[in-house]
Design a protein around this ligand. Structure first.
Ligand SMILES: Cc1cc2nc3c(=O)[nH]c(=O)nc-3n(C[C@H](O)[C@H](O)[C@H](O)COP(=O)(O)OP(=O)(O)OC[C@H]3O[C@@H](n4cnc5c(N)ncnc54)[C@H](O)[C@@H]3O)c2cc1C
Length: 440
């Protein structure tokens, strides 16, 4: 059987990586992107300047031969640095093994590398400035508009991959199918990015090798390092109400709020007020849908199939793992319909598990990560991990292993039950021993 010709809509992180996978496997691929080519000099607005890359993403990049190149430009983050309201710092390693780290990478740099790698393959064509506006599901074709000429363009492949992000046009068309499940939920919190520039004369103003968190219970700020010495800070605050973005309207309100809540960050943020007023406040949402495919013609990956809130640093990693799995299914099954069904079934429960983990981790990061109880729990987890064979903390399984997300959750619940029973048994035995010792 000849390989289908593939159209991918969306040359973001997932779509561009999928083009690399399929290009290497010998498929004819057309990759369409609605934005202009970033190399054209046209300004392209974007979200999250940097991202945390971990093992699932690294594995996928390794499979397309790019992992070393990407990691060489990344900043390692082996732990989180917690900033208390009074400016005190406490460092929490992510794992018992200090060599295990998440990696801060530039979204734009990584995206460009993936697109250029795909573009270099003779069987892949990339077309920017093409926006998908409709889909012929039965034909596996996208109907696009050339933004420059206004002309309608039809893709020519037989298999259509929707990698067009959280507001996917391909998924929107699938939503009109009978028995297609779809759910979306916005957080009451949004996010705004700010900057800590490099120190005068170069270098980092705060600890370079850490993900910084200013947890303030119902809201927080985080910062990830960039190789040039700067940090990208992200405020995750409610849109409105107490501690909401809408409360800060004037320069004085912005300065005074930051001086009260993030006092140790303010001296490092010379452009704080301008950044705060200029940079957009964006929303965060979770999308769940099923099935992710239509016959042997259309399939979704990445945020188009499962947008998650960013608090586990796994959205891109999960999108990359989708590519690994879709590629594997296409290699394994000659029949494309079977390959798509098997991919869709395998990934769905994992994406649902990640969506829940990510929502839960927001509460953990903003409410608990600054507390003594949280530090104690993490210390106990590290001790158990070091000394109890088979015990692996949930964060470690999600971030530093390729255990399917749904299995990490099941395993963590089981471990928690075992540890609880072991503690209760210990308390019981000690109690009985004390009673026996004091009895005459
Ligand atoms: C603030 C924030 C921080 C994050 N941090 C992390 C992190 O640390 N680690 C991590 O793993 N993940 C993180 N993520 C998640 C990550 O950004 C996404 O999961 C990832 O970008 C998904 O990739 P994608 O290719 O599926 O979608 P996208 O990156 O959104 O790409 C979709 C592409 O499709 C194009 N497109 C859309 N509609 C059309 C159309 N109609 N026609 C043609 N093209 C179209 C878009 O222009 C875009 O280029 C974060 C997200 C946010 C918002």
């Amino acid at each position: 059987m000849s390989k289908p010709r593939v159209t991918i809509v969306g040359a973001g992180l997932g779509g561009a990586l999928m083009a690399c996978y399929l290009g290497r496997a010998g498929y004819e691929v057309e990759l369409f992107e609605r934005r202009p080519d970033p190399r054209s000099g046209k300004v392209v607005g974007g979200r999250s300047i940097n991202l945390a890359l971990s093992i699932r993403g690294i594995h996928a990049l390794h499979e397309v031969g790019l992992a070393d190149q990407v990691l060489a430009l990344a900043v390692r983050m082996p732990g989180r640095m917690i900033h208390a309201p009074d400016g005190r710092l406490s460092y929490q390693p992510y794992d018992k093994d200090p060599d295990r780290a998440i990696n801060s990478v530039s979204r734009a740099g990584l995206n460009q590398l993936l697109v250029e790698t795909a573009e270099r393959m003779p069987n892949v064509t990339v077309r920017f400035d093409h926006r998908c506006q409709d889909v012929d599901l039965d034909g596996g074709r996208a109907v696009l508009v050339d933004n420059e000429s206004g002309a309608e363009v039809r893709s020519t492949g037989d298999l259509l991959i929707g990698a067009d992000g959280a507001f996917s046009a391909i998924r929107a068309r699938m939503q009109r199918l009978d028995r297609f499940d779809y759910q979306q939920a916005y957080l009451a919190h949004g996010y705004k990015e700010l900057t800590i520039p490099p120190a005068t004369g170069g270098g980092f103003r705060i600890e370079r090798n850490a993900l910084h968190i200013w947890p303030r219970r119902s809201y927080m700020m985080i910062a990830l390092p960039n190789p040039d010495g700067s940090f990208t800070c992200t405020c995750f605050w409610p849109f409105s109400g107490p501690n909401g973005f809408d409360r800060l309207q004037t320069d004085e309100q912005i300065m005074s709020y930051f001086e009260t809540h993030f006092p140790d960050a303010v001296p490092h943020m010379p452009t704080l007020v301008d950044d705060f007023k200029t940079n957009p406040t964006s929303s965060l949402l979770t999308v769940r849908c099923a099935p992710w495919h239509y016959r042997d013609r259309v399939v979704l990956l990445g945020d188009a199939a499962h947008a998650v809130v960013p608090f586990y640093g796994q959205g891109m990693n999960c999108a990359f793992e989708d590519c690994t799995e879709l590629n594997r299914c296409l290699q394994q099954h000659v029949d494309v319909g079977t390959a798509l069904a098997s991919y869709s079934a395998a990934r769905k429960e994992n994406a649902d598990a990640l969506a829940d983990l990510a929502l839960h981790n927001f509460i953990e990061m903003r409410d608990h990560s600054g507390s003594a109880a949280f530090r104690a729990r993490k210390a106990i987890e590290r001790i158990l991990h070091r000394f109890v064979p088979g015990y692996t903390p949930l964060y470690t399984m999600v971030t530093f292993t390729r255990t399917p997300y749904s299995e990490t959750v099941r395993k963590a619940r089981h471990q928690d039950r075992v540890v609880l029973w072991a503690l209760l048994s210990l308390v019981f035995v000690v109690g009985v021993a004390v009673i026996l010792a004091v009895l005459p």
